[in-house]
Design a protein around this ligand. Structure first.
Ligand code: SAM
Length: 231
């Protein structure tokens, strides 16, 4: 993937290359102290973490969103690259592991990203907090859980009329089919499975619309969604 061509395709100024190189360098530096990514080589990092995260740029669901949440952001993916590319939108990056969020806070501060806030919580707790429940136009998530589990983590946080987009591989068709009843119980509807547009990536976006309010019983208590996925 040639970065300048990619940035142009996504409508980003060439100066963003420096921003993303800095993001990569800072994260990789932290990675020596705290394990936030398995990818240690800078060009692979650029491709698998940054380009992969930015693939969502241009999606109508992102374009029209004002408030975005990244569930299980880990070291900040896809949330940090998206926040850097979309300074006019506000981003909440959340994870159950606080030390990873310290890395995200430091990288966001060093990049001067004033539109990023981190929240240390399990999804099952966050989904019941009035400050976060049904407050986001768009919730995104990459590499966190099977779709029926992930839907229970993410859909309670989406506003009615908003959207949840899971970054998945194109092997996710079966997983998506199996998650349909769970998605329905949570007030969602599968709208699309869309290739991410990066040649040869084998990645797709699973797009789920929020049609109606999520029943108050969801998310269930911490640990239950993954132990007993909704069917
Ligand atoms: N999204 C990042 C990425 O793609 O690089 C990190 C992926 S990492 C494999 C999965 C992350 O999900 C971990 O940081 C983990 O702490 C978080 N996670 C898993 N279950 C969670 C839950 N119930 N609530 C909040 N975070 C959770």
């Amino acid at each position: 993937m040639e970065m300048n061509g990619f940035l142009k395709e996504k409508g980003l100024d060439p100066s963003y290359l420096q921003t993303f190189e800095k993001l990569a360098a800072l994260t990789l530096e932290w990675n020596g102290k705290i394990n936030v990514t398995a990818i240690r080589e800078p060009s692979e990092f650029m491709h698998k973490n940054i380009v992969d995260s930015l693939a969502l740029l241009g999606a109508p669901e992102l374009e029209k969103a004002g408030a975005v949440l990244d569930m299980g952001t880990g070291g900040g993916f896809p949330g940090l690259p998206l926040a850097a590319a979309c300074p006019e939108k506000s981003f909440v990056l959340t994870d159950a592991i606080g030390k990873k969020l310290k890395v995200v806070d430091d990288v966001a501060a060093q990049l001067g990203l004033s539109n990023v806030r981190t929240v240390h919580s399990r999804a099952e707790d966050l989904g019941h907090m009035p400050e976060y429940r049904e407050q986001f136009d768009l919730v995104v998530s990459r590499a966190v859980a099977d779709l029926s589990v992930l839907a229970e983590y993410c859909l309670p946080l989406v506003k009615q009329g908003g959207c949840f987009i899971a970054y998945k591989t194109d092997a996710a068709a079966e997983e998506t089919e199996a998650a349909k009843p769970a998605i329905g119980k949570l007030g969602g509807r599968l709208a699309d499975i869309r290739p991410d547009g990066i040649e040869g990536s084998g990645h797709v976006f699973v797009v789920i619309e929020k049609r109606s309010a999520t029943p108050k019983t969801y998310p269930r208590k911490a640990g239950t969604p993954s132990k007993k996925p909704l069917r």
